[in-house]
Design a protein around this ligand. Sequence first.
Ligand SMILES: [Zn+2]
Length: 348
Amino acid sequence: MHINFGKSTVVPMHVGNDVVQECVGLLGCRQEGFSHTYLGLPLSNEKLNMAAMAPLFRRSDRYLAGWQPALLIHKSRTVLINAVLDALPTYLMSALQLPLGAIDKYDEQRRAFLWSGEDTVSGAQCLVAWDVVTGPLEKGGLRVRDIAVQNNCMLLKLIHRMFTAMDSSWVRWVRSRADLSNLTGDMEGTHWPGLRQLLPIYQSITSTAALYRLVLSVTSLDYNFYKFVWKRRAPQRIRFFGWLMVQGRIQCKTNLLKNIVDDDNCDVCGATGENTDHIMFGCSFTRSFWTAIGVGLPPNPSMSRPCELQWPSSIPTKHWDTLAVLCYWQVWKHRNKVIFRKEPPSLA
Ligand SMILES: [Zn+2]
């Protein structure tokens, strides 16, 4: 392999100008300064700025321009976010702390793609708060990455390398200069304060008592709607609808009242206060629907307990929750037909 000096650059550090000029003359390379790209990472002697993140956003823009969100249901957009956009900054984050502005901008891009399918999105278009969306499925989220948390986790792995990867020359260099108990020593650079801040977390998760608390918190998750929504044999579109529904975030009139509709009257039965509970349980039409298919409602039915329907004994228990999701979906579709296609309410 030959080095192409015409395509290479010299970036001097702690070297006098005469020596630099001699090197440049000998090698025939261009001289450049920081910031600089090295092995795909922005290298800088100062705190990284947004300009250093431009290559990341060029890549995400390229992907976003190639997708056709108008043709994708929300769940499919989520899959693209999970599989592609969430993974793009992984390499950067394994070595660097992303600037806060970059994290905000990346959130804006992903949020707009999910909810509006365009470059921008208004607050009203975001049906569920972003900090819920970025939670795990088991906590009611969509498993979209919280980039700041992911960045910290990857830097914790970098700290872990300092304690374990003795075959790395970088680790040997750090260990020859730094006190690993507090990461101070003969080192300069803007990334060390960030790593120092994370060090107590690393120290705490490597203690038995902290691990005990962590394992306990993971294994004692409260019951939530995770299984009800996602562990069903229903099309993705319906499962995503279920995810919005159990959080009361479907576009019923009470949710649209502020800016989009003038009243919150139910178009099916005429009652006021058309919210999720009304549509699924309170509406006189929906009640006759449940009766017609032989399903009983609990005393105070609520979307906070979506699977408490009383099914006829002829239907096997294992199908109850799937049927419930499908029934809720049909009630919602019927309601939309009445509103948007002006069809009369009908059980047929
Ligand atoms: Zn009604």
